[in-house]
Each structure stands twice: as C-alpha cells, then as structure tokens.
Design a protein around this ligand. Structure first.
Ligand code: SF4
Length: 497
C-alpha cells in the first residue's frame, strides 16, 4: 500500500482517478508551468516569513523530502523535550504522513499552525488541515488547537515586513468534525493504491474543483471541438446537455432555452454569422471626444508588498501605454516603464503620475478595455497621493470603455467564440495581428517577469524591457485598430463632438 502525503490525499479527495494517474501514469502530468512555479516560490517565501510570528523555533525541514526519517525523529525528540516552537514538524501514521508549517506550545496548549498564502480560509484548506490533524492524533500528538495562518489583507507595509502580515483563524472544530471522513477516505485511497488498472471515473465538475486537474488533456480527449462546454456562460447546463449525449454545440435542440449571447455564438458557429448593432455602436462612439487617449496599465500584484504604503496583493502599476488619436486620425504613442530599482527606496508610483501629467492633455476621452481596472488603479493612486487626486480624478471622469461594445454583444464575430476579451477580439477582426507573436503575450507573464526584477532589485535586461514595451503597446494599438474598425462600420461613423 502506498503512503499518502497531504497533496496526494487532496488529489484523491478531488478524484480517485487523478490520484491513481499521479501514482501510476506520472508521465501524463504536464511539466510545471511558470505561473505554478512562481506560486510555489511565493508559498515558500511566505512560509519562511510566517516564522516571524513564532520566532526562534527549531527547524525540522528535511534535507531530502523523499526521506523524512530525520525530520520525524527530530520532531518526536523535540516534542518530548518540550521545545516551544518547531517548524516543518513531521508526523506519520497508518498510510499517511504530513509536515506542519509551525507547531507551537502556548501556555500548556499544543497549537498546530498551517500557513497559506491566500487572504482567507478556503474549503480545501480545511481538508488539508483535517488530514494533518488525523496524522498527528494517530501519532499521539493531537494538537489542542488548529489554526490557519493566512495573509492579512489589511496589512500596509511600512519599512521591513512584520508579523502583522499574517492573521490566525482557528479551525479546530471544523477539523475535528472532518476526522471520520479523513479516516474513511484514507482506507479507500489505500485500496485504490493497490489497483492495477485505472479506475473508471467520468469527467465532471470535479475536474476543475477545487483545482484544474492536470490530466484533463487525457480524460477530456473524447470531448469534441466546439463542445457545449465552450458555449458562453453555460455553467451546469452544459453538464446536463453533455450527460444527455449532446456534446457539440450544433446538436443543441432548437427549443433549448438559450440567452441572446449564446444564440449569437451558436449562429456564428453554424452559419458563420457576424452580428452588428450599428445604431448602438454609433450612439456609443459618438459620445467620445477627440483627441482619443487609448490607455492601458500593467501592474504587479505581489503577495508580499514590495512598496511602502501598499497592501498584500495590491495591484501596483509599473507601466502604461498610451496612443493618442486626433480627429484627423493622426496617432502618437507614449509609454512609461518604471525602473525596478525604483521599488527599493524610490517612488515609482509618483514617477508614473508625473509621466501621466506630461502625456495626457486636458481634453479628450480616455479609452480603456474593461475600465474598472484602470479606474481602480487611478483611484488607488489618488488615495496614495492626495496632492495629485484632482488630476487623477479628472482622468477617471474622462474614461470610456471599448469593452462595452463586445461585452454587450453589440458586435459579435464567430472567431471571438465565447470571449469578449481584447485577446480574442483583435485576431477575430484583424487576423494578421495576434498576441501569439510576442515573447510576452499576456498580462500575467508581463507582471511576473517584472516582479522578478523588482524582487531581485535588478535592472531590466534589454530583451525583457523591449518585450514588456511591445506587449503593452500592442494592447493600446489593438484598441486603436478596433476603434477604427467600428467607426468604419456602416452607419457608425456619424459626426462626433
Ligand atoms: S480530468 Fe477529471 S476525471 Fe480525469 S483525473 Fe482529472 S479530475 Fe479525474
């Protein structure tokens, strides 16, 4: 019988087939992507910072995670010696083992503390902790209290990071309430580990809950292209159809109740039909004032704040691109990219505001794509720099949202499929323009690449700098192209203010 770590147990709770594949067909698991690696690195860093809250502990971290014997032995000895705090305390019992981030004695009570990099307790955290409690209890060291230590989203950095970055939430009752479930599940998964053939499990909502499963490319191979799952906002209804044997969108019965957006997508697929509500687009665009400022921020969102005055996971702008288009269709490009070194002791947000002041005139609409993002960032800047609040508020009042045209489905092209994002709209309307040709082709990669330089306090190398500038520029140039396309639609190009 195989032993179960915490992550294997969680896999088995999500789906027995997932756990079996991890054991017997690991070659099917795709390599870690950069975002997951980054998440692990952040988790590791946060785990170390969490020690600030319970300092001067003894560290039982194993030198080799495949051999826990030293760590198990040290934990036992230190517990028997009454050591106050142990980091990475290890326990094993039955067919399971676990490592606990922090074990702490507090006025005669034994506290188990598991550190998470989220800002609240999630259901799957409770399952993690329940397994840990089960193993500790079986090993003879049941904690008196169990806590999750997670990020305090009200924390505002001021100088060095302090233990106030974390907050403790007690989950003892929930964890104890799950003990029967854990015991039964461990028995079931123990039997699963002896199975020589793959268990039969149908695909379902569990394939993405609580985590996207790594084996979807394998289990979902039979799901056809343009399946009911690709129809916009179908949710659980897609599963109803799929389970009735209706797999392709085209097979959905005529009388099946669908929303207007779903009908548009379906007609786009069946008849290659484009939809355009020209009067709505015309009215919308005619309210915009020249010169038009096509504008986009890029941000970092570090779990551990890198700037004084910012909170965990706060979106901090580090870059923008701006295309300005006058009524004669003359276009000018402006851009700003903060130096990563400015995040150590400098004032990159203030520098950004000063550049905004230079690049924005006093009149003309500011065109964004999903304006809530830019509006929120400008509001946060106004809050942080009250002396610039009037200027920033002035920008906010001029903002319009190109996304509305596609979100409201005033225009729909079949190539957009179920998305109204600019990454889908641009290639649908301009097949020669695609983000896929760029070395940085999405906001997350841009953000992570830049944050890496900030955390290492190093200048951007020329290649990364160029890639970031090209990516952000394409975001605003895409808006210029899309605007031109809409303006030239029949009936949409009336006189504007
Ligand atoms: S894709 Fe779904 S069915 Fe397949 S292993 Fe993952 S969770 Fe289980």
């Amino acid at each position: 019988m195989r032993t179960l770590s915490k992550s294997k147990f969680i896999s088995g709770v999500q789906c027995p087939k997932k756990l079996w594949l991890e054991w017997y067909r690991p070659e099917l698991k795709p390599p870690l992507d950069a975002a997951t690696e980054k998440l692990f690195a952040t988790g590791h860093e946060i785990g170390k910072l969490a020690w600030l809250k319970f300092p001067n502990g003894k560290d039982a971290t194993p030198a080799d995670y495949k051999n826990l014997s030293v760590s198990l032995g040290n934990t036992k000895i230190w517990l028997e010696q009454g050591v106050e705090t142990i980091y990475e305390a290890s326990f094993s019992a039955g067919n399971a083992f676990c490592m606990l981030d922090i074990l702490h004695r507090n006025q005669g009570e034994l506290w188990a503390i598991e550190v998470k990099n989220s800002t609240s307790v999630k259901d799957y955290h409770l399952m993690d902790a329940s397994l840990q409690y089960w193993v500790m209890n079986e090993a003879g060291f049941a904690p008196d209290r169990f806590f999750l230590m997670h990020i305090n989203n009200q924390y505002i950095r001021k100088g060095e990071i302090t233990s106030d970055l974390f907050t403790l939430t007690e989950i003892t009752d929930e964890v104890i309430g799950n003990q029967d479930f854990v015991g039964d599940k461990l028995k079931e998964l123990g039997q699963l580990s002896l199975m020589e053939t793959e268990p039969e499990v149908s695909i379902g909502l569990h394939c993405s809950n609580p985590f996207g499963c790594d084996f979807q490319h394998y289990c979902w191979a039979h799901v056809p292209e343009n399946s009911v799952f690709e129809l916009t906002r179908m949710g659980a209804k897609a599963w109803d159809l799929f389970n009735q044997g209706i797999q392709r969108m085209e097979e959905i019965p005529e009388d099946y109740p669908l929303s207007d957006s779903q009908v548009l997508q379906l007609r786009g697929l069946k008849f290659n039909e484009t939809y355009c509500d020209a009067p709505a687009i015309r009215n919308f665009l005619n309210a915009w004032e020249y010169p038009l400022h096509f504008f986009d921020f890029e941000t970092i969102m570090p779990a551990i704040p890198v700037l004084d005055g910012t909170r965990p996971y706060q979106q901090v702008p580090f870059q923008y691109s701006l295309h300005v288009l006058d009524e004669n269709q003359n276009r000018e490009h402006f851009e700003f990219l903060a130096s990563p070194e400015a995040f150590s002791g400098g004032n990159p947000r203030k520098n950004l505001i000063e550049e905004l002041k230079k690049d924005f005139g006093n009149v003309g609409s500011i065109v964004t794509y999903n304006k809530s993002f830019e509006v929120s960032r400008l509001r946060e800047l106004a809050e942080a720099f009250p002396e610039d609040a009037e200027f920033l508020q002035g920008l906010i009042e001029r903002i319009v949202d190109l996304y509305d045209v596609f979100r409201n489905r005033w225009f729909y092209h079949p190539a957009m499929k179920n998305s109204a994002s600019i990454k889908s709209v641009l290639p649908a309307l301009f097949p020669n323009f695609s983000y896929g040709d760029l070395n940085i082709s999405d906001g997350m990669t841009a953000s992570d690449s830049y944050l890496g330089a900030v955390q290492n306090c190093e200048a951007l190398d020329l290649e990364l700098k160029n890639n970031l500038l090209k990516y952000c520029e394409l975001d605003t140039y895409a808006m210029v192209l899309i605007y031109g396309f809409l303006k030239d639609l029949d009936g949409a190009n009336d006189e504007r203010k």
